[in-house]
Design a protein around this ligand. Structure first.
Ligand code: 2YC
Length: 269
């Protein structure tokens, strides 16, 4: 799990409108539509649900502590989607108690290992990794105008990559999976819809649709990819080198929190 820095998110809330417009440009739909698609609900029902929910973001001081702006960024994404959301004044357990006292129906909380959204009424939660994998597949599917029957390369078989593989299979894609640790691929050995790739460079040169769910940064060069490549890259830092970023920007989906948080919200309603 990579850890965000304040720098990764410092302009996030002031740029949400522009970010949403760029999503529409690349995928044809906005953040609410992508999150709804990933959660298997209609955009209308997602918007409707905003009337019946109050969300809270609770800062957590454990481990490496609070990331400046993290809870506020979560709050601004949720508010951008039309839901009420407050950041608790208290942190940790006192913050959770405050969220419940202030009638929050959904509580967003993250320590160094897990980031979850907890639905108080339902007593269920969704994990950021699972939501991010689905949300980024939703973005890639819209950018590609559908992935049914298409070959999609997934880099990284961690929580995000595993969730992305599951959703890609639901969408009828043929998954090509690469991970630097062979044991991470064992679970897929007998999966008919998943083929294991053993050479990263060979795989990068072969497939048009790529989901980079690795925590590695700057390992994909502009010449490593097919000209028509389309990439969804939830991993922080970005796997593309600057030269590749310049060449593929128009067909690249990459953000530090937005798609993951929006999809958590849509999935936990
Ligand atoms: O400010 C706080 O409450 C901190 N405890 C938050 C720590 C978040 C650590 N996780 C991450 O930075 C990454 C994010 C990309 C989302 C999931 N993990």
């Amino acid at each position: 799990m990579t850890r965000l820095t304040t720098h990764d998110i410092d302009k996030l809330d002031s740029e949400l409108t522009q970010y949403n417009l760029s999503l529409i440009e690349k995928t044809g739909v906005d953040l609410a539509a992508l999150a709804s698609f990933a959660a298997g609900i209609t955009r209308e029902s997602f918007k409707q649900a905003a009337q019946n929910h109050m969300a809270a973001a609770v800062p957590i001081t454990s481990g490496q502590g609070i990331i400046g702006g993290f809870s506020e960024s979560v709050q601004s994404i949720i508010q951008f989607l039309g839901f009420d959301c407050f950041v608790t004044r208290a942190a940790d357990v006192a913050g959770i108690a405050e969220a419940i006292d202030r009638k929050a129906s959904i509580i967003f909380v993250a320590d160094d290992d897990r980031f979850i959204a907890y639905n108080v009424g339902k007593g269920s939660y969704v994990d950021n990794g699972e939501a991010t994998g689905r949300g980024y597949v939703a973005a890639l599917a819209h950018m590609a105008k559908g992935l049914k029957g298409q070959e999609v390369l997934v880099l990284g078989a961690g929580p995000v990559g595993q969730s992305a593989v599951a959703f890609l299979k639901e969408l009828g894609a043929w998954v090509k999976l690469f991970d630097i640790q062979p044991e991470a691929l064992k679970a897929y050995q007998t999966d008919a819809q998943v083929t294991i790739e053993h050479s990263l460079l060979e795989a990068l040169s072969k497939y048009q649709f790529i989901l980079d769910a690795t925590p590695a940064g700057g390992f994909i060069g502009a010449d490593d990819l097919p000209h028509e490549a389309m990439l969804a890259a939830p991993g922080i830092p970005l796997g593309l080198k600057q030269e590749a970023l310049t060449k593929y920007e128009r067909h690249l989906i990459h953000d530090p929190l937005q798609i993951g948080v929006a999809t958590m919200l849509a999935m936990i309603l």
